[in-house]
Design a protein around this ligand. Structure first.
Ligand code: GCU
Length: 711
């Protein structure tokens, strides 16, 4: 075989940093165009898979792989009808067998690069590659990673070096990118491009990620200083051939920061409806755009967990988001405005806050008669569930009930509440459950409407939105394997694949990932996929079964703390579990906090009745009596204890299964995962023992045995 990429460097993507250099001695290199990246990926990937050098040539011969766009490639122009290309949009691709060779084509160079990765994936997963006719286009436009620099990464060297449970707030030295004020340890800082930045870019592009917000939502103003913008420009230059655009998180009150003097505003001037505020942000965004012409925009965490926001100055979220949006709209940028807001002083049930804040703004009638106040270059960015990335939550009622506003879904790839970098938890099945959850929208006669799943809301088809977005909170750090746990890589992979196409099956994704990562041997693949597929549900079972919310001890979010009551009730496990002699769980039905009413009536009715609430969400909606009869026929108490036990047993089974695979896996990675699984099992047992013992002090019931129900 051979590789044909015509004009691979004819159209270099523009570089704005003159002195971009790669880390000396690294194995990655800078490329100047997406086609050059595609050519290099093929040479590297085919060479490794076929174990021989595959030549890059100019002429097509049998067995060749040709990559290009109608602009770059004579072969694409003559062999791919333009009507076939027209259907692909800007990022879609086709892979087609034509007279003994293979053509990978897209309308843009980045699309051709995506097709190249798609082709390599087919090969690496042992799919047939004769008579190919694959057509792929993403269902969602923005497929972003939010990288919280040093917070919640769980993938830094600090974390891996110091043992499993350190670094709950992530190792300070765990960040992927090495920013610093110019001058400090100048040999390492950007514009020196470290090897891992390119590795990350390749990994992200290989699954179609096209946006990267590089800093924490609890934002520091440093990231919008000239010293940092210069370094971000270097990074943007390095990532651009891979189709990745940069974005930044900002603080709403940044204009008052004295380090921007003399260009500062007073607190009174932070009125988002007026020119001083908007012009300040236009100036700052312009400064960024001059350095990074394709800069995507800002993400804002406002009036949330102590972050400043428009409410501090008498305005609402709609005013704030629109003020920022107006400031950057002329520059072609967007605002991602997060809806993670809560305030226990206003609503005792914190889950209600987001829809109460944003629902009325979404519904507001505008002067032209249309509904919804939020500007079109804004996405409201909403976590999948109404609380905060718990292992299982009901879907957020915002998806469905909000109809007139662009919405991005925010998923957490980094495993803050799902075992961090110690526990093996494959999150593909969770996201599949989220995307496939029906929002419960009905027609006037109460019949469920088709195609109203969360996925249809997010891809714009359910409500006719043209702008679409999925954001994942990233798990990339400076650990050698980039994610801390080898299996955490599968979550990044699955996120990218599902952001591209939310209808994909998480088992097929796991199968692909396993073949690409561990082995093509069918028994090995079968066992690893089996481990992965039940792993998330097992975390749910031994940490927070049957819909009980947040039971983690303070800050670290790794170990159990069911008995903890903190100064803030809404951060306290006891607030979520409401344990007493009657039972366990938070009543959010009509007889309790009434949160259930935020869903469409078809779902609200279901959640209001303890008998029709799905058991895996039971304690999100009900205070469940200890003796309540479950579907299994067992009393709730017994079922609860069984769930904890089943979760732990699954981990034991995974550990043994992994051990049995030793002969077919490479020794280093086998050993690293083995060590993690041993810790994982011990920690799962800790969760079971601590929680069950504590619940027993309320239930007063015996431990169930195999002999039958307790009373
Ligand atoms: C969680 C997480 C924080 C984060 C917050 C957010 O509470 O623990 O680290 O800042 O979510 O999403 O804003």
């Amino acid at each position: 075989s051979s590789i044909v990429v015509e004009n691979a460097t004819a159209d270099p993507v523009h570089r704005h940093t003159d002195d971009l250099t790669v880390e000396p001695g690294g194995s990655e290199k800078l490329v100047t165009s997406s086609l050059e990246a595609a050519r290099d990926e093929l040479a590297r990937g085919l060479g490794a898979m076929l174990d021989t050098d595959v030549p890059v040539v100019d002429e097509v011969s049998p067995g060749a792989v040709v990559v290009g766009t109608p602009d770059s490639s004579e072969v694409v122009r003559s062999e791919v009808p333009s009507r076939d290309l027209d259907r692909l949009g800007p990022e879609g691709y086709l892979i087609r067998s034509v007279r003994g060779h293979t053509v990978v084509a897209g309308n843009t160079e980045v699309a051709a690069l995506y097709g190249t990765y798609g082709f390599l994936r087919l090969l690496q997963t042992s799919k047939p590659i004769e008579r190919l006719n694959e057509v792929e286009a993403p269902k969602v436009q923005d497929r972003w990673i939010d990288n919280w620099d040093v917070e919640r990464l769980y993938a830094g060297n600090a974390d891996t070096d110091k043992g499993p449970n350190t670094g709950g707030l992530a190792g300070e030295d765990g960040s992927i990118f090495d920013f610093a004020a110019t001058g400090e340890s100048a040999d390492k800082n950007l514009p020196v491009i470290l090897d891992r930045y390119i590795t990350v870019a390749r990994a992200l592009a290989s699954v179609g990620i096209n946006g990267f917000n590089i800093n924490n939502v609890n934002a520091k103003n440093t990231y919008i200083t000239p010293e940092y913008i210069e370094q971000e420009a270097a990074l943007a230059d390095a990532l651009r051939p891979y189709g990745i655009k940069l974005a930044l998180s900002i603080r709403y009150d940044a204009p008052t920061d004295q380090r921007f003097a003399p260009d500062t505003l007073t607190a009174e001037q932070l009125d988002p409806t007026k020119a001083p505020f908007r012009d300040w942000w236009t100036r700052r965004a312009t400064m960024i755009k001059e350095a990074i012409p394709d800069f995507a925009g800002f993400t804002v965490k406002a009036n949330s967990e102590g972050q400043p926001g428009p409410q501090d100055f008498g305005f609402d979220h709609g005013d704030g988001a629109n003020g920022m949006a107006a400031a950057v709209e002329p520059l072609g940028m967007q605002i991602k405005w997060r809806t993670f807001v809560y305030n226990a002083d206003v609503d005792e049930d914190r889950l209600k806050r987001a829809y109460l804040e944003f629902g009325p703004i979404d519904d507001e009638v505008q002067p032209d008669g249309s509904r919804g106040r939020i500007a079109d270059n804004v996405f409201l960015q909403t976590k999948n569930g109404p609380l905060d990335f718990q292992a299982r939550e009901p879907v957020n009622p915002m998806f469905g009930r909000m109809e007139n506003t662009n919405q991005a879904i925010e998923l957490q790839i980094t495993q803050e509440y799902t075992g961090q970098s110690t526990m093996l938890a494959y999150l593909g099945p969770m996201w599949q459950e989220v995307f496939n959850a029906d929002t419960g929208a009905t027609d006037e006669s109460g019949r469920l409407l088709p195609k109203r799943k969360v996925g249809h809301i997010i891809d714009g088809t359910a409500q006719g939105h043209e702008r679409t977005s999925i954001v994942g909170v990233g798990n990339l750090g400076n650990a050698d394997n980039l994610t801390g746990h080898h299996f955490s890589q599968s979550n990044l992979f699955a996120f990218g694949r599902m952001a591209w196409d939310w209808t994909l099956d998480s088992r097929k994704i796991a199968d692909d990932w396993t073949r690409m990562t561990w082995s093509g041997d069918s028994r090995t693949v079968h066992e690893i996929v089996a481990m992965m597929m039940g792993s998330w549900e097992s975390v749910v079972s031994y940490q927070t079964p049957l819909g009980i919310g947040h039971q983690f001890n303070a800050d670290i979010h790794y170990e159990p703390g069911p008995e903890e009551t903190l100064a803030r009730p809404d951060w306290s496990p006891t607030y979520y579990n409401q344990a007493d002699a009657v039972g366990l769980g938070y009543d959010r039905s009509a007889s309790g906090s009434g949160f259930s009413a935020q869903y469409f009536p078809s779902l609200a009715e279901r959640f209001d009745d303890i008998e029709t609430t799905p058991e895996n969400l039971l304690m999100w909606f009900h205070h469940v009596p200890w003796g309540h009869e479950m579907n299994s026929g067992r009393p709730f108490w017994d079922e609860l204890v069984y769930r904890y036990q089943m979760g732990v047993q699954y981990v034991t089974w995974m550990r043994r299964t992994w051990d049995s695979l030793e002969p077919s896996l490479d020794a280093r990675r086998f050993g690293e995962v083995r060590a993690k699984l041993a810790q994982h099992e011990a920690d799962a047992e800790m969760w079971r023992d601590e929680c069950v013992a504590y619940w027993q002090t309320f239930s007063g019931r015996e431990m169930p045995t195999d002999d039958g129900p307790t009373s």
